[in-house]
Every structure is written in structure tokens, then in C-alpha cells.
Design a protein around this ligand. Structure first.
Ligand code: P6P
Length: 326
């Protein structure tokens, strides 16, 4: 996959990198770059609150459930507030949909972009200090600027994304980003309060020795091809790595090669993960890095979303491994 190699040196700040986008794509008139700054700012605040999680009363259940019936963690709510507020104040996004809220939020801005976000994926891991992540997709709005937003501004196929990324709150905090011309990783330097370019032109190996699936699902998997594939991974003595935090599992496989599988199960016949908040963004990134993402039948980025919280099975990672499922 040919990309215009990022000519910028390792160590430059995300801000400088974004500035370069404006030079490269003058038609963004700075909107997309400012929108990325807003997302990065929100992630810095979430990162700071995450680091205090053990010290102040922000761990554990909030006491509510989100629209798909999952227990909301206190940090889920905090992260959702941080990202939504940063985006609404930034004015570049005209609206947002979040895994944590039922419907879209119209900021009544004149901005050209809409954002789909999972503010804190895998948040049930926070209490046990396992890495978690935020995932975002950015699309151009469909309806004319200045008119009220509609559902169709958000129900867009993954191929329409103009940018996508995730923040991994791990042993270090990293923001991984694609603008449709390759994938870059920025590591957060907390003493500077800046993300700095640490991984240029990330490319996933065509194959790998890691497979990531919740082994406890094995007796409930509905797709026979997946069952046969997992048995074959075992026969080949591949390495099983699954920490129950999608962004962390995905990131490891992106750098080392491997496949993450979340199949249709008896409990989740259409799959568990959300097309708009999790699958599309990671599919854009993995394809830009030379990998693949399918739902077992179709390319994830071609799937037509019919509902904000539509779920999907997900097979994502090294192309030769994903090809064995589809
Ligand atoms: P299970 C977390 O809830 C999440 O959405 C992903 O981060 C993670 O990969 C998956 O669900 C874990 O699901 O059913 O294996 O616990």
C-alpha cells in the first residue's frame, strides 16, 4: 500500500503534524486540524483523570446502563462529557454520536464534520488497571452546513471516514491516527503536555503468530469457519493473547501482526462490537496499515449502518489471517 511517506521527523508534536495537514490539504481550511486538536485535548484530560482513578471516587459503576444495556462506569460518563464538551466548544464539529448516549447531539455549529466516538472502550478494566482506549471516527456531514443535523449525517459507511483514530491509555498514552494516507502514532509526553510523533507509517505484518478471542465463547460461536480457524491456530501453536480491551488487543496486533476475532455468538447473534463506534475506525486504520477488517462476509467499511448502535462481528488484523475467515 503506497502512501506519501510522512516527511516529518520523529519527535515533532501532533500540533506541528496537524499544521502540515493544512499545508497538504488547503481545502480543510483548518477545520479538520482544529477538530483533531479538540480530540487530542479531551484525551489529555481523560488521561489525567484516568491516572487519578485509584485515588478519587471515579472508579466503579455509575449506576446506569448505556443504550445497549451495558453498565456505565463513572469514567465512561466523565470521558463522554470531556470529549463532547471539547468538540462542542471547538466549533469544527457540528454534531457527535457517542456509544454512551442514545441519540446524536446537534451542536448547532456551522462546522462541516460529524464525529462518532467511543469515549472509553473497555472501561470495566479500569478498576483492575488494564489499558483502555478512546476510539473516534470523523465524517463530513451529508446535509448542508447550517441546517439541522439528521440521522443520515451519522449513518455513514466506514468508507466515508475522513479521519479515524484511537487513544490507548496504557503503559504510555498513545494517539494513533489515519487521515487516509497511512497511519501514525503519537506518544504523550506528559511533562510537555504534548503528543509527539513516535511511530511513522505504521504497517501491520501480512501475517502473524497472535490470535485474540475470548476463549470462553468457544461453545457459543455460531460461525463454523471461526471454530475451525481457532482450532487451526491451536494446532499451529500460535500465541493466544486477549486482554478484553479492544484498543489494547488491536494495537498490539497492529504492531506485531495478528488477528482479533469477535464472532457472532448465541448471546450476541449479530456480534457484540459497535459498527459506528468501534469497528469502522479500527477498520480504517488497519486498512491504511495494509491489513483487513471484515464481519466474516463483507468488508467492515462497506457495511451500511441502519442504526446508531448497530452491532457487528469483527475479524481484524493481518490480511492473510483475516482472509482465512471471510
Ligand atoms: P468480552 C469491552 O467491553 C469490549 O467492547 C472490547 O473492548 C473488548 O474487546 C470486548 O468488549 C470484550 O468482550 O465478551 O470478551 O468480555
Amino acid at each position: 500500500m503506497e502512501h506519501s511517506k510522512i516527511a516529518l521527523p520523529i519527535g515533532i508534536t501532533l500540533d506541528r503534524f496537524i499544521k502540515n495537514i493544512d499545508n497538504l490539504q488547503p481545502n480543510t481550511i483548518g477545520e479538520l486540524s482544529q477538530l483533531l486538536r479538540d480530540i487530542a485535548l479531551a484525551s489529555k484530560v481523560v488521561n489525567r483523570e484516568m491516572n487519578k482513578a485509584g485515588l478519587v471516587d471515579i472508579i466503579g459503576n455509575y449506576g446506569n446502563q448505556n443504550s445497549t444495556g451495558e453498565e456505565q462506569q463513572k469514567l465512561d460518563i466523565l470521558a463522554n462529557i470531556r470529549f463532547t464538551r471539547a468538540l462542542s466548544k471547538g466549533k469544527e464539529a457540528c454534531g457527535v454520536i457517542s456509544e454512551e448516549t442514545e441519540d446524536f447531539i446537534d451542536f448547532n455549529n456551522k462546522g462541516s464534520y460529524v464525529v462518532a466516538i467511543d469515549p472509553l472502550d473497555g472501561s470495566s478494566n479500569i478498576d483492575v488497571n488494564v489499558s483502555v482506549g478512546s476510539i473516534f471516527s470523523i465524517y463530513k456531514r451529508i446535509t448542508p452546513n447550517g441546517t439541522p443535523l439528521t440521522k443520515k449525517d451519522f449513518l455513514q459507511k466506514g468508507i466515508n471516514q475522513v479521519a479515524a483514530g484511537y487513544i490507548l491509555y496504557g503503559t504510555s498514552t498513545m494517539l494513533v491516527l489515519t487521515l487516509g494516507d497511512g497511519v501514525c502514532g503519537f506518544t504523550y509526553e506528559s511533562t510537555l503536555g504534548e503528543y509527539v510523533l513516535s511511530h511513522k507509517d505504521i504497517e501491520i505484518p501480512d501475517t502473524g503468530s497472535i490470535y485474540s478471542i475470548n476463549d470462553g465463547l468457544n461453545n457459543f460461536i455460531m460461525n463454523k469457519t471461526v471454530i475451525e480457524y481457532i482450532n487451526d491456530c491451536r494446532k499451529q501453536k500460535l500465541t493466544a493473547r486477549y486482554i478484553g480491551s479492544l484498543v489494547a488487543d488491536f494495537h498490539r496486533n497492529l504492531l506485531k501482526g495478528g488477528i482479533y476475532l469477535y464472532p457472532e455468538t448465541i448471546q450476541s447473534p449479530e456480534g457484540k462490537l459497535r459498527l459506528l463506534f468501534e469497528c469502522n475506525a479500527l477498520a480504517f486504520i488497519v486498512e491504511q496499515a495494509g491489513g483487513k477488517a471484515t464481519n466474516g462476509k463483507n468488508r467492515i467499511m462497506e457495511v451500511e449502518p441502519l442504526d446508531f448502535h448497530q452491532k457487528s462481528s469483527l475479524y481484524i488484523g493481518s490480511s492473510q489471517m483475516v482472509d482465512q475467515i471471510a
